[in-house]
Design a protein around this ligand. Sequence first.
Ligand SMILES: [Zn+2]
Length: 321
Amino acid sequence: MTFAADQTPPVLAIDIGASSVKSALVESASRTIVHRLPSADIHTRTFPELRSVVERIVMGALSHAPALTRVGISTTGSASPDNVVISSGFYAGYQNIDWLEGLRLASGGRIQVARVLNDGRAAAYGTFLADDRARGQHLVHFVVGTGIGGGMVHQGRLFHGAHHFAGAYGHIKVDPGGTDPCVCGGRGCVELFAAAPAVARLAARAGLALAVPGGSGVRELAELARHGSEPAREAFRTAGRWLAVAIGCVANVCDPAIVTIGGGVVAAAQDGTGGNWYVDAAAAAARGMVIPRIGEHLIVVEASLLNDAALIGAAAAAAER
Ligand SMILES: [Zn+2]
């Protein structure tokens, strides 16, 4: 697909994950994906490889849409308000990175805007804009994958916090007496109980032997669940009930109109009949974690854009500048 020079050019959306990069051209008015570029794996987990992959994506996108000037980037780690990646633990050397400077240079000046958002926030914004149930509301969005992150939209705007680190939902302490260490250096964090590795651990404890160890086993576990394995379903439900503790903490503080949950664990836990073992358990338990006035209105649902929320959110943010 190519875009004529007299059309409003699309925005290039790039989603930098822990080991791969997804990208797509997004039509900015309708916020829909009009062309997907091939997903790329990052084998060395170093910034130089990541940079060359992203530059290749940009050059590929420019060949489809020569008038492209704007790039929205959703990234692991944290990004400052002026679109500099502050730090990310996943790629060696990926800190204090100004993507705009690099992409402007690589594209010979054709890329003029690069908006960079932390991936949880990009997904929250994409969900806020594209999910009919969330549109225009005060939204809290959880992303449950290898870890747990997310973001919050208040009065139509992303909430960043004073130092731009807001949204560390995965590190809400649900078991302060816990002994296992978390990646954050703390203990008792909810992601130790409710993210993908925890789901796999719960399954193993219930006697299910998964071929793939750790959090990657969640898709295999989902297959077992869909084939009727009650212990597999219960592993998702138990983890979902742990997430409910964190949902309750956030909801008690900010009284959201809607709580959406997305990410790989949620995608895996779809039961095939419109239900979701993980989300349904989280939603039911969350009501018991909040004061009645908030519980009366609390809506906890599976996010509708499970895989593309961060792309849509990053593209929308880039289109606004
Ligand atoms: Zn933690």
